[in-house]
Design a protein. Structure first.
Length: 540
């Protein structure tokens, strides 16, 4: 039985004389052998004996169970009912007493923290603890088993009712986290609750992660594996103006390796307003409709060694500016890829067929598409929470994803951990796609603009020189001003993200196009057919 409320609970027995003669009877506390007397301190019997019980008569016996001196657990007792007949009649009854009056559950057991990727020296993780017993907590506490100078626990002990929760904050000072052995970056936290009557119960969350420390009997710990800034953040930037396989095509020291399919792409001129940022794009004309593999590129070092480690808990991001002239068939082509054994994710952009699809898990959405350039972004990470692995697909840097997949099934893709792009495997489909640029990182799963505080922008900011030359004809004239007018927003308190086509005019990077940006445009103006040259007032 489960005492609720805690304290005394009762079990009622009835002894009935089914014979033809009176008898005396007794109830005795015994061990499991049914004969050896034993005293269970939490159990009392009333009465424990009787005399001259007449035929067909009955006598009540009450067994009272008191949990006030017990900690949580299962307690068993055995009762021997007998009479003085010859031979005596004997009946053995077992009582199982489950005490959960004071119990605690860590609802979000974390096995590791991830350190900051920017200059911040501290981060705070929140543990939620729940009263899953039947007694009100009179208080709770959290303690480090070993005092680690880089961790500080903070909480306010209070009364917590049944099924209610409380929080404990764990703040990490990353400047003090050891950088040597991973074992030095473990911390074990014991959570305890105190209930009415002074009984206590420690967290029932088992030791987690790869911690090899053993817990003392009766002690269970929430284990935190603290990792410093690992793996090293990598940012791969491909601008579409050379073949992906050329050394340094992905930035200094990085290129792309064809790991599946055949090379179907080429660098093409794509100048003009709204076209490729620097006038060139990498085009894949995928006309293979036989169901064979297409063209997949993965990021590597110039020597073909893996370029990055992707940590599922930190996550990864890859985005690109692309235009799709045509897309037909079953639309399983993967245009952007996060390659990992756990959090792999892919983005298919259909352009004029109005389709966005996360191809790794075959989840799609209908959008208003066309054959123009658009910025597509995919992120994936293991949140270590009830949401599990979360994959998000964004379009045109709108902060609201077009597809969000919580509790995404773990998926693997690619022979190495990398960011990738191309036109992936499909069955009876074709696609004509231009890549203006492709950029990605293993520093985190970033929504639009979120990467700036961590590693700087993942969008091209200096592909146009000067920035305000919208039609890239090396002058700044009324044609460029016409685009500026379309982008003008005025000063905004809470501006939405500036579109890719308009962000060139945002000279002060405050996410609006206002009079400050107008003055910068005027300072750069040359007039029609007058070549622009750098100056103090218009350096780029």
């Amino acid at each position: 039985m489960d005492p609720n409320p805690p304290g005394s609970q009762s079990i009622n027995y009835t002894i009935t004389n089914v014979g033809g003669s009176p008898f005396n009877w007794t109830v005795t506390e015994v061990l499991s052998d049914g004969t050896t007397p034993n005293d269970y301190p939490w159990l009392t019997l009333n009465p424990s004996s009787g005399t001259s019980l007449a035929p067909s008569a009955s006598a009540p016996v009450t067994a009272t169970l008191n949990s006030s001196a017990l900690t949580a657990g299962v307690y068993s007792a055995y009762l021997r009912f007998s009479n003085n007949c010859s031979p005596p009649a004997v009946d053995i009854r077992r009582i199982d007493f489950t005490v959960i009056g004071c119990s605690i559950e860590v609802q979000e057991p974390r096995v590791r923290f991830v350190g900051p990727c920017n200059t911040s020296n501290t981060t705070t993780e929140v543990f939620t603890i729940k009263n899953n017993g039947s007694a009100t907590w009179t208080g709770f506490d959290a303690q480090e088993v070993t005092d680690d100078p880089w961790m500080t626990l903070s909480y306010t002990s209070s009364s917590v009712a049944q099924f209610s929760t409380a929080t404990v904050n764990a703040t990490i000072n990353w400047s003090q986290v050891p950088t040597g052995s991973e074992a030095d970056r473990y911390s074990r936290i014991r959570f305890r609750a105190t209930c009415d009557g002074g009984s206590t119960y420690v967290s029932d969350t088992p030791v987690g992660g790869d911690n090899t420390a053993t817990a003392a009997p009766g002690d269970n710990f929430e284990t935190v594996n603290v990792a410093d800034v690992v793996p090293p953040p990598v940012k791969v930037l491909y601008n579409g103006d050379v073949l992906p396989s050329i050394n340094n095509s992905g930035g200094a020291g990085y290129k792309f390796q064809l790991w599946e399919g055949t090379e179907q792409g080429s660098v093409v001129a794509d100048p003009g307003v709204g076209q490729a940022s620097d006038g060139f794009a990498y085009r894949i004309q995928d006309t293979n409709v036989s169901g064979a593999s297409k063209t997949k590129w993965q990021s590597v070092h110039n020597d073909d060694s893996p370029a990055m480690d992707i940590d599922p808990v930190r996550g990864a991001t890859v985005l690109a500016r692309v235009k799709v002239i045509s897309a037909t068939g079953s639309a399983f082509q993967s245009n952007l890829m996060i390659q990992d054994s756990t959090i792999a994710a892919s983005y298919h952009w259909g352009g004029p067929n109005n389709l966005v699809k996360e191809t790794q898990r075959d989840i799609s959405a209908t959008v208003a598409g066309d054959a123009n350039y658009h910025v597509i972004r995919v992120t994936s990470k293991d949140t270590q929470s009830s949401l599990g692995i979360v994959v998000k697909l964004y379009l045109d840097e709108n902060p609201t994803p077009v597809i969000t997949i919580p509790n995404a099934a773990p998926g693997g893709q690619g022979p190495i951990e990398a960011i990738g792009f191309g036109c992936g495997s499909s069955t009876f489909a074709s696609q004509d796609i231009y890549f203006d640029w492709v950029w990605g990182t293993n520093a985190g799963a970033f929504g639009p603009g979120e990467e700036v505080a961590c590693i700087g922008t993942l969008q091209c900011t200096e592909c146009r020189i000067p920035r305000v030359d919208a039609d890239e004809d090396n002058d700044v004239d009324m044609d460029d001003f016409a685009v500026f007018q379309r982008c003008y927003t005025g000063s905004l308190v809470s501006p939405p993200p500036v579109s890719y086509e308009c962000h060139w005019f945002d000279s002060d990077s405050d996410s609006d196009i206002d009079t400050v940006d107008f003055i910068h445009f005027v300072n750069c103006e040359t007039g029609a057919s007058v070549p622009w040259v750098t100056s103090a007032n218009c350096p780029n």
